[in-house]
Design a protein around this ligand. Sequence first.
Ligand code: CMC
Length: 429
Amino acid sequence: MADKTAKLHLNGQNYDLPILSPTKGPNVLDIRKLYGQADVFTYDPGFTSTASCDSTITFIDGDKGELWYRGYPIEQLAAKSCYLEVCYLLLYGELPTEAQMDDFRARVTRHTMVHEQMHNFFRGFRRDAHPMATMVGVVGAMSAFYHDSTDVNDEWQREVAAIRLIAKLPTIAAMAYKYSIGQPFVYPQNDLDYASNFLNMCFSVPAEKYEVNPALARAMDRIFTLHADHEQNASTSTVRLAGSSGANPFACIAAGIACLWGPAHGGANQACLEMLREIGTVDRIPEYIAKAKDKSDPFKLMGFGHRVYKNFDPRATVMKESADEVLDLLGVGDNPTLQVAKELEKIALEDEYFIEKKLYPNVDFYSGIILEAMGFPTSMFTPIFALSRTVGWIAQWKEMIGDPQNKIGRPRQLYVGSDRRDYVDLKAR
Ligand code: CMC
């Protein structure tokens, strides 16, 4: 991979840094030997210029606004594929044949139920707990229920854990929701596809027949697909870091869910819809735009901006079309939140501040509007992101564990604290 080197001149010495060439994207300076040779660290808080691993799974070109899973553009997958096929692609690297797809679908479908004793575990939570809080706990607890798939050195166990996580996350998310609203848990149904099954577990009740609307199931499936992976984002890096110590996959995915919850990451879809509701009417938009631009105000326009995309987020383009379709289908196209969202988008895209800083609507700007129209409360938005992203986390975790170069993740620091000093007795201070 390295056919060129960069020269570093430091303290009178010359050091050669290999330049690694990726399939796509900018070249990467290999600094692995730098500390050993030159006794210096590099400094990069937030990893804005640091590649933490090599990966074959997902590629993003932030300037062009492109996202590929295993080389396939997200727009093609969203239009022609389905979430379970995308799961197969992310996990195994290639699109499945028909027989492989049938086998994979059967394996996932047969693992959708959770251990019956897990129901008791749910009941230990307060009713008003946020479903993300419940999910962090329950997914972490899976290692206490499925001991036979926690040995990370056993390939077969890794495979079983992957299937269990992809299959059971919708069940766990739906159970967290049902528990929070005081309704009975709904068991998965194996004759339904992945998205329909999730909708059924969330919205059906024993007292009444519930028919899943196929168009809504398709929209749900597309939301899952758009969130399935996003290379080395905060939660994925959390999963990799947790996994680098040899922690079991359920513990690692629980760590990823905890990280995703933050409003700068997956929590943005909930925060965005709450912001749109708070703005309330189109005439109040300029006030919020001014707040977002005010350096002394911590307020940010939720659903805008991205660390990597400095052009439109390609997921947002697909999500926007989906939002229009779903709202038309449900006859809520004149929904006031959507009106505020559309106007906010228009004004922000014409505003010098947003243009100069390349702040475009991201995937979370539209997903909340669709999910709300489907009947989900805002507290379920991030759990839906979490269940969709589980396959990405697992694919990245499996890639890392299978990599012979895998080492425990251990960043260094620039220490700026006090120099050595002697302890002073309490009474003498
Ligand atoms: N509203 C107003 N100003 C913004 C926004 C925003 N949403 N996002 C960034 N800026 C400004 C920021 O203040 C900074 O200004 P300056 O250069 O004057 O200091 C400049 O733009 C660069 O932003 P940054 O915060 O340095 O960029 P970052 O890469 O560290 O942060 C981000 C990226 C996504 C955390 C941030 O844009 C943000 O907080 N957006 C709102 C939350 C959100 O929608 N998150 C979802 C991301 S997509 C889904 C996911 O991956 O989870």
